[in-house]
Write a protein that binds this ligand. Structure first.
Ligand SMILES: Cc1cc2nc3c(=O)[nH]c(=O)nc-3n(C[C@H](O)[C@H](O)[C@H](O)COP(=O)(O)OP(=O)(O)OC[C@H]3O[C@@H](n4cnc5c(N)ncnc54)[C@H](O)[C@@H]3O)c2cc1C
Length: 174
């Protein structure tokens, strides 16, 4: 059996082609950074694709009283105060922008008749805050991110298991 060797280089290596990795790779590519994304499984098969319930952001499309501060408070309470408050602040404050980005990439969120993104209860919420796409929100997110990454010509390698990073003087070289 012959083993083929392929050498690739990029300014940034993103390990993981689920929602987090692809979103990071897209941000880098949109900023003009040369990026390579790799995942140990086929990119359609990240955990992200399994998420069903939806994605939370205080868009206030259904309940105008909602706010990111209330989202943060609900999240901290539901974590029994184990969640890191700064992380919760960053995530809840930035969640609406995350939804905007997914819309910009063409994600098909469920909508009300007047075009507002629908939001429903899911988890310990004071208000309806979960945006969704049927019962396949994660699959739709994953497909949307793959499509956007492809439009940006981001190389995405499937089935590459990173076991070790070779580092010299702070730079990864293998
Ligand atoms: C059944 C289920 C239902 C869920 N429902 C919801 C929901 O309704 N709402 C919600 O907000 N969240 C939900 N979640 C949680 C949510 O899906 C995850 O928190 C989120 O998708 C994590 O995204 P991620 O990109 O960090 O990880 P993942 O999607 O798991 O991606 C990880 C990536 O890293 C790669 N990888 C890992 N190790 C290596 C390695 N050594 N080398 C190379 N690649 C590697 C994997 O191949 C994959 O591409 C659910 C999760 C599951 C499993």
């Amino acid at each position: 059996m012959s083993i083929s060797e392929q050498r690739l280089s990029a300014s940034v290596l993103v390990i993981g082609t689920g929602g987090a990795g692809l979103r990071a790779a897209i941000e880098l590519a949109e900023a003009g950074v040369d990026v390579l994304a790799v995942g140990k499984r086929p990119k359609e098969d990240a955990h992200t694709a399994l998420a069903a319930g939806g994605i939370n952001a205080a868009l206030a499309t259904m309940d105008p009283e909602d706010s990111w501060q209330q989202h943060a408070a609900d999240t901290l309470k539901e974590s029994y105060l184990l969640a890191d408050p700064r992380t919760v602040e960053i995530v809840t404050q930035g969640a609406a922008l995350g939804i905007d980005d997914l819309e910009r990439y063409g994600m098909a969120f469920a909508r009300e008749e007047d075009g507002r993104i629908s939001q429903r209860f899911f988890g310990a919420h004071k208000f309806r805050r979960t945006a969704f796409a049927g019962d396949y929100t994660g699959l739709e997110i994953q497909r949307t991110l793959i499509r956007r990454a492809s439009q940006l010509d981001i190389p995405m390698l499937d089935s590459v298991y990173i076991t070790r990073l070779l580092v010299h003087d702070g730079a990864v070289f293998g």
